[in-house]
Design a protein around this ligand. Structure first.
Ligand code: AMP
Length: 581
């Protein structure tokens, strides 16, 4: 914990959407959030209606919804009216191909203009939007499409041919593959002509608050990835937190750098800004220091939501490249996804004139839960305080029941269920879902502490999940791919600290008889993992071992491997197999 503090001035507090967070918390009711929404004329709640239709109906159709910046330097503006038309066309394409309400539409694509039509058109049609990371290799894509019983997939020709064509026929639920562009491989439909031929009007389906809207996949420590189910009511959380935690108001020039495959890419890269009638800056390209500074300046970005890995990459280049840029339009900076170093918070103030405001949430919570809001003093290194409507605590087991711990005590971060964007299920896994709830608390899997002033501080994961460049990776999925290499007998995967990426993935493997450790074999195993999993998930290093530490019941002790690697206390090793002790 750091004793440094960045105090907000009276003027800063007054300029915040929520000038007095304590008073807002005391007076809170979810009705406040409902007032930010419209509801459908004949009843029903639909995210797309709140994000687009109602703005057009209210006469704001000419305002810019998306300023899209292509990788190749081209730029394109899409008004709310145009976005509405594109989404309607996409909804018509889906229904024309026989898809129906409740069907699941997967997107495996970058930040192209089509992505937004796909997301909103799917929701308009009362179908379920499921984005995946386009950097995933074929294995993670296939697993998720199987679990999610994908009805349709939208992707590019290159991704389709490289990652999907070989097994497409083995997903029985998959009825439609749409390919971005003018042409498509056999058995797929080209999106551009299909959209051009579809009407640009569609009567948005009057979904109910509890109808499923989104499925986001997230990794688990064991077993298969989890399909996290969110409903249309989540839009209440998106609308409200967009305002209270991110300062989004109509007309705000807002840039969210999240990957579309990550929950942030949907909740705050599509829904929250559109619901709040902002102008979203969308950059198709990935991180590029000069390009980012130029974009902040040229687009007069006012609110910027990014992630610690990117901030650390900027910091590594020093302040030099930022000099000479005009960042005067910026009024709020926020960060999410991984621990934000205290230095990064302060660096923001030095270089951009504002500190980075860390906030915390996860795929399951659907929206921001804990935040440093604009009116709050910042204690760099802290994630902030729970937002109005959110009750958070640090809990631990005391005499076999869960108890709230006091200030300064480390325990598991827990939330009282009941906010609109809370997950409603893990697909097909009722028991796994039920295990998240104990004694009236939702357990987040994160270790944290709360200080005497009520600020929360992140300590680490309570499980073996790895966060690398903001990407949550389940070791089991990586280990499963590794043991499919003919040389690998067993594998254990852990995250090791890294200055830029937060953590990097390292694998330990034992070899089958007749295979011998060598540099060539290490490279071959890494290449195999990259092909199967994609570069962002595959281990950066593979280390050969004679044995891996296991419990007597045969479970690999990743925690022990990690402790040994980092020279940390080994903790309770009573269940370790004796020959390993
Ligand atoms: P995901 O579901 O992929 O968004 O990952 C959620 C996890 O990311 C959380 O459970 C935390 O472990 C981590 N995380 C998210 N935000 C923060 C933050 N502000 N500080 C530290 N860790 C964070």
């Amino acid at each position: 914990m750091s004793s440094r503090v960045i105090r907000k001035t009276e003027a800063e507090r007054r300029s915040a959407v929520m000038p007095d967070p304590e008073a807002a918390r005391a007076d809170f009711s979810w009705q406040t959030a409902r007032d930010l929404l419209e509801g459908m004329p004949g009843g029903g709640l639909n995210i797309a209606y709140e994000a687009v239709d109602r703005h057009v109906a209210a006469g704001f159709g000419a305002e810019i919804a998306i300023r899209w910046l292509g990788k190749d330097g081209t730029a394109r503006d899409l008004s709310y009216q145009e976005l509405d038309g594109q989404a309607a066309r996409f909804a018509n394409v889906l229904t024309a191909h026989g898809l129906r309400r409740g069907d699941r539409v997967f997107a495996l694509m970058g930040r192209t203009p089509e992505l937004y039509a796909v997301a909103l058109g799917t929701l308009k049609a009362g179908m379920v939007f499921t984005p995946l990371f386009s950097a995933f290799g074929p294995d993670p894509v296939r697993t998720r499409m199987e679990i999610g019983e994908a009805s349709a997939l939208v992707t590019t020709a290159t991704i389709f041919v490289r990652k999907i064509a070989a097994w497409r026929a083995e997903i029985p639920s998959l009825r439609l593959v749409l390919i971005v562009g003018e042409t498509a491989p056999d058995g797929c439909v080209a999106l551009a002509p299909a959209m051009a031929n579809a009407p640009d009007r569609f009567a948005t389906v009057a979904t109910a608050e509890e109808d499923v809207a989104l499925i986001h996949f997230t990794s688990g420590t064991t077993g298969r990835p989890k399909g996290v189910v969110h409903v249309h009511q989540a839009v209440l959380s998106h609308a409200l937190t967009g305002r209270s935690a991110l300062e989004l108001t109509p007309g705000t020039s807002y840039w969210c750098t999240a990957d579309p495959g990550w929950v942030t890419g949907t909740s705050y890269g599509i829904i929250a800004p559109l619901v709040n009638r902002c102008m979203m800056v969308v950059d198709e390209a990935d991180f590029d220091l000069e390009r980012w500074y130029a974009t902040l300046e040229r687009e007069r970005v006012a609110v910027w939501y990014t992630a610690p890995t990117a901030i650390r990459m900027m910091m590594r280049a020093g302040e030099g490249p930022a000099r000479g840029h005009d960042f005067s339009a910026l009024r709020f900076l926020a960060s999410v996804g991984e621990p934000l170093n205290p230095e990064a918070v302060i660096w923001g103030k030095k270089v951009f004139g504002h500190p980075f405001h860390d906030n915390w949430w996860q795929t399951e919570t659907g929206g921001i839960m804990i935040a440093n809001t604009k009116a709050m003093d910042i204690y760099p290194g802290s994630m902030g305080k729970p937002l109005p409507g959110i009750t958070a605590a640090i809990v631990g087991h005391r005499n076999a029941t869960l108890a709230e711990l006091g200030p300064g005590e480390i325990g598991e971060l827990a939330l009282r269920p009941g906010w609109p964007s809370m997950m409603r299920a893990y697909l097909h896994e009722a028991a796994r879902y039920a295990k998240c709830f104990v004694d009236g608390w939702y357990l987040t899997g994160d270790l944290a502490l709360r200080d005497a002033q009520g600020y929360f501080w992140f300590i680490g994961r309570a499980d073996d999940l790895i966060k690398t460049s903001g990407h949550l990776i389940g070791p089991f999925e990586v280990e499963s791919a590794l043991v499919e290499h003919p040389a690998v007998a067993e594998a254990a995967v852990i995250g090791l600290p890294d200055e830029t990426a937060g953590e990097v993935v390292r694998a330990y493997v034992t070899l089958n008889a007749s295979f011998f450790a060598s540099e060539a074999l290490e490279q071959d195993i890494r290449a195999h993992a990259r092909r199967r999993l994609g570069p962002s998930v595959a281990p950066r290093e593979v280390v050969f071992r004679e044995n891996l530490p296991k419990t007597r019941s045969g479970k690999i002790m990743r925690r022990l491997l990690k402790a040994r690697e980092l020279g940390l206390p080994e903790g309770d090793i009573s269940t370790l197999e004796t020959d390993e002790k």
